[in-house]
Design a protein around this ligand. Sequence first.
Ligand SMILES: [Zn+2]
Length: 157
Amino acid sequence: MIIGMDAPRKELQVSAIENGTVIDHIPSKNVFQVIKILGLDLCEEQILFGTNLESKKYGKKGIVKVSNRFFQSEEINKIGLAAPTATLIVIKNYQVVEKKKVEIPGQIEKVVKCVNPNCITNHENMITRFNVVDKENIKLQCHYCEKTTDKTSLEFI
Ligand SMILES: [Zn+2]
């Protein structure tokens, strides 16, 4: 499903959901990853998404709109890791009530698996914990084994 969207229609498209969240400026290639890590493939609310839409700023972009969902910080962290350029737009009663860029925090819990197969978090029922040592290139250092999980080895829980 591709939503055609040119610039003048943007506001109309964005305000088309009554209540919910629009995730804008997702790198096109990561749209399906964002859908997956947020569990939206199993969500029963109305979801609209588009990929390879024109974006003045990024060339091509993706967008996901979810009715009646408002994401919590843990979910926003996941979005930040998969789509660092994304903007979150919260809609209530067809109005934009909040607009913010996703941010990768200094510490990440639960969201990602540790790359080290011997790490205790992969053997015990433990919550993963990472220090974000490089936000630009996404490098996460495990609090327990100190191994670094990076962009190429990111596996979302
Ligand atoms: Zn580890």
